[in-house]
Design a protein around this ligand. Sequence first.
Ligand SMILES: C[S@@+](CC[C@H](N)C(=O)[O-])C[C@H]1O[C@@H](n2cnc3c(N)ncnc32)[C@H](O)[C@@H]1O
Length: 202
Amino acid sequence: MFEPEDWDERYSGEEKIWSGNPNAQLVAEVSALTPGTALDVGCGEGGDVIWLARQGWRVTGADFSAVGLARAARHAAEAGVGDSLGWWQIDARAFSAGGRSFDLVTTHFLHPPDGGMVEVARRLSDAVAPGGHLLVVGHAPSETFTHLDASRRAAMFLAEDLLPGLPGGFDVLVAEQRPRTVTHDGVEIGIHDSTLLARRRS
Ligand SMILES: C[S@@+](CC[C@H](N)C(=O)[O-])C[C@H]1O[C@@H](n2cnc3c(N)ncnc32)[C@H](O)[C@@H]1O
């Protein structure tokens, strides 16, 4: 699941893949921030984009899957926030902000292969405006994921693994693994969200 065509295929079916609810760490960390401009990288079906828009953020949803972006735009229109959003097809592994900057850059469960999240964090930090925040959340490796193949397990990370990707001029506000319970096939499972929140100094 590392290339756009894998995700295009996954998003091509009828079925909704994600809940549509915003991610827990996004709500925990962003609810208290003053809304401004936001970039959600790996936005998938748009659950976080829609929540951010409803909080008053001017959001750009970004993903490398064109089919995913089209689906997110459809969900946003159905939610009544479509007009206020932008969409951007990018591969986070080669992302360049191109002079654009955002008050919040956020990404949840993107997981590029081979430790690539450190480089992704570095690239995304370039897009954070002075005084803005970078929020990166992913799965922490654990026994829970032993059913996945080795490459997918190796793509998981701890928040502190990403610190070498942060350039100078950022203050780390959170770097920890947060416990969360999910229900899979009717069974409750405990997992941890690796959560990095950093603020660029003004
Ligand atoms: C597990 S889904 C998470 C979606 C959403 N963030 C959420 O939490 O519901 C991962 C998303 O990241 C996208 N993605 C994966 N690798 C990417 C990359 N290198 N660049 C941009 N998007 C990527 C996929 O297309 C997919 O939509």
